[in-house]
Design a protein around this ligand. Structure first.
Ligand SMILES: C=CC1=C(C)c2cc3[nH]c(cc4nc(cc5[nH]c(cc1n2)c(C)c5CCC(=O)O)C(CCC(=O)O)=C4C)c(C)c3C=C
Ligand SMILES: [Fe+2]
Ligand SMILES: [Fe+2]
Length: 342
């Protein structure tokens, strides 16, 4: 009898806010060729020769502002999701991080120690990206082949267009929206434009109208399309007019051209254009983390106020809301059941 289990995978955080730990984490993260997709020599030159000289100290300061007594918000929230899900399913649930600890390997080992040989692995990213879903699957396959050749892994695909997820996100936003707002901004983590072209198997995405066209086969791997699709589906559910909604991309790094418009530049300018009351949500993240709690809630608020805005309202991620745990459960159970079919 094959025993099944679930591995929830998130991005990962440094071990602590100490600069050496942040450096170690950034080194692993940014030396991933699915994240900084230059050839090894140029990646090492950029990451180890330039970025790691200054960024760890700056990032460590940022992490200090969001760190809790229990640790990194991203990891603490992922653990909360694990605990709640574990109460709802009768197979073991563990977590693994793509970078740093607890690793994907440690998560699989914990499952194997409990007798599991068939794993449903859930990359906790609604939209597909080379730097998220793809690198998680690649890493898990590498670990499986090297260390656990006898186990099977079934991967949950990006769920950006699943109705249960859209309903859940829309309801969560509806509950948290302030009574009066001039605009609702959807701020997604950005990626370099090059990544979109690189992962498009059809070579048809022009980073513009193609992302909004219906049924283009490039959509399956187009992060940009998937971000717009989530936005459109959610605002339809909320009954919001398009004129009241903005989509922007945050967290860019380096000198490459990233997807536009940029969140920070938008926040700096919209106040003067008459948007005084802003609500902002970050649906590329299922759990709050440095990029939402510091970059948006704190820095983004300053940028908005600096540019003439008045009321800034950050809408938290789904985190461990019960309705989201139900979605996680449903998506996991679908994949668990597929094991019976093969
Ligand atoms: C949600 C999806 C994410 C995508 C897509 C993504 C791409 C991406 N990120 C970087 C560089 C950095 N990201 C950092 C933090 C970070 N990124 C995500 C998610 C996505 N990244 C999360 C959830 C977090 C937070 C982690 C935490 O511990 O809370 C950081 C580190 C922090 C910092 O120094 O700002 C970097 C660097 C690139 C280059 C990239 C695509 C190519
Ligand atoms: Fe596209
Ligand atoms: Fe990132």
């Amino acid at each position: 009898m094959f025993m099944k289990g679930i591995l929830l995978v998130n991005l990962g955080s440094p071990k602590s806010t100490a600069v050496p730990h942040v450096r170690e984490y950034l080194d692993e993260f940014l030396m991933d060729e699915k994240v900084i997709d230059y050839r090894w020599f140029f990646r090492a030159l950029l990451v180890q020769g330039i970025i790691l000289n200054t960024r760890p100290a700056k990032s460590a300061e940022a992490y200090k502002t969001v760190w809790t007594d229990e640790g990194s918000p991203l990891i603490v929230i992922t653990q909360k999701i694990q605990k709640k899900l574990q109460k709802l399913v009768d197979v073991p649930v563990e977590i693994g991080m793509r970078y740093a600890q607890p690793s994907i390997e440690a998560g699989i080992q914990k499952l194997v120690d409990q007798g599991v040989s068939e794993i449903v692995l859930f990359p906790l990213y609604p939209q597909y990206a080379m730097s998220t879903t793809e690198t998680v699957i690649e890493k898990a396959e590498e670990v499986r082949k090297k260390k656990f050749p006898g186990i099977k892994i079934n991967y949950i695909q990006p769920f950006y267009n699943r109705e249960i997820y859209i309903d859940c996100l829309a309801e969560s936003i509806r509950e948290k929206l302030p009574e009066n707002f001039d605009a609702l901004q959807f701020s997604y983590h950005g990626v370099p434009e090059r990544h979109i072209y690189k992962t498009d198997p059809t070579n048809t995405c022009n980073l513009n109208d193609c992302c909004s066209r219906e049924n283009n086969p490039s959509h399956q791997f187009c992060y940009r399309h998937q971000c717009f699709d989530v936005t459109n589906s959610v605002i339809k559910k909320l009954g919001l007019p398009k004129e009241k909604v903005m989509v922007t991309f945050q967290s860019r790094l380096g000198k490459d051209k990233w997807m536009e418009p940029y969140t920070d530049e938008t926040l700096e300018t919209i106040g003067k254009k008459g948007i005084k009351n802003l609500a902002i949500v970050c649906p590329a993240f299922v759990s709050d983390c440095l990029e939402t709690l510091e970059e948006i809630s704190v820095e983004g608020k300053h940028q908005f106020e600096h540019g003439g805005g008045e009321n800034f309202h950050y809408i938290p991620c789904l985190n461990d809301e019960d309705r989201w745990i139900d979605v996680v459960k449903t998506l996991c159970e679908e994949k668990l059941n597929e094991f019976y079919l093969v």
